[in-house]
Design a protein. Structure first.
Length: 216
């Protein structure tokens, strides 16, 4: 095969898949403020870049074709299955859609969307009543929505890594962390001591692994 094989060049499929996941994420995240739209726009760009390589043109496979060809002799580098790079590099012989990596990606992506949904329901109600969101996912994390976005992107990186999304991922994580810090300053100004106590007992991005409360 080659980059122009039927496995690629499917640009309508790129548009459909990107639109489906973006709309699906929108239904969970419900961006309202300019900050919400920036974070959602960055997440959407990640999805577009991902599906452009998954079904459009396999840029990563093309750039790494020489190295991959020497590392995996006999494997059709430009087949769609080869795009599951972790399985290709580790010599997974079965259908990559049933590899441990793919199954793990489903768990991360599904978990991310569930976290987004649960967090939005709590946050929307709290904002409407002008109070601090401290229940549901917010009882365990101060920024569950951003964690949800990160889990989804991490799931897609495990499922279908590309050079572009590997570069975008840490940039987006840093962006979400900066947005989180800005939100914390605003929450501190609005809720003062109540937020100080909440932040002291609730980690930012990683839930406590024990009952011991430490801010992470």
């Amino acid at each position: 095969m080659n980059p122009d094989s039927p496995a690629y060049g499917l640009w309508p499929l790129v548009i459909i898949n990107a639109a489906v996941f973006i709309i699906f994420a929108f239904s969970f995240a419900h961006p309202r403020t300019a900050r919400d739209w920036r974070s959602f726009g960055a997440f959407s760009s990640f999805l577009v870049a991902l599906f452009a390589e998954m079904y459009g043109f396999p840029l990563t496979l093309y750039l790494l074709s020489g190295w991959l060809g020497s590392r995996t002799p006999g494997v059709d580098i430009f087949s769609h299955d080869s795009g599951h790079l972790w399985s290709t590099l580790l010599g997974w012989q079965g259908d990559p859609h049933f590899s441990p990596f793919h199954l793990l990606s489903y768990l991360l992506i599904g978990g991310g969307f569930l976290l987004l949904s649960a967090a939005w329901e709590v946050l929307y109600k709290a904002q409407r009543e002008h109070r601090l969101a401290t229940t549901g996912p917010y009882a365990h994390l101060r920024h569950p929505q951003y964690v949800g976005f990160i889990l989804i992107m991490l799931g897609f990186l495990i499922q279908w890594p590309t050079l572009l999304t590997l570069v975008m991922f840490p940039i987006l994580v840093i962006m979400y962390m900066r947005l989180a810090r800005r939100e914390e300053r605003e929450a501190l100004a609005d809720f003062s001591e109540e937020y100080v106590l909440y932040a002291k007992n609730t980690p930012s991005f990683f839930p406590h692994l024990s009952n011991r409360h430490q801010t992470v």
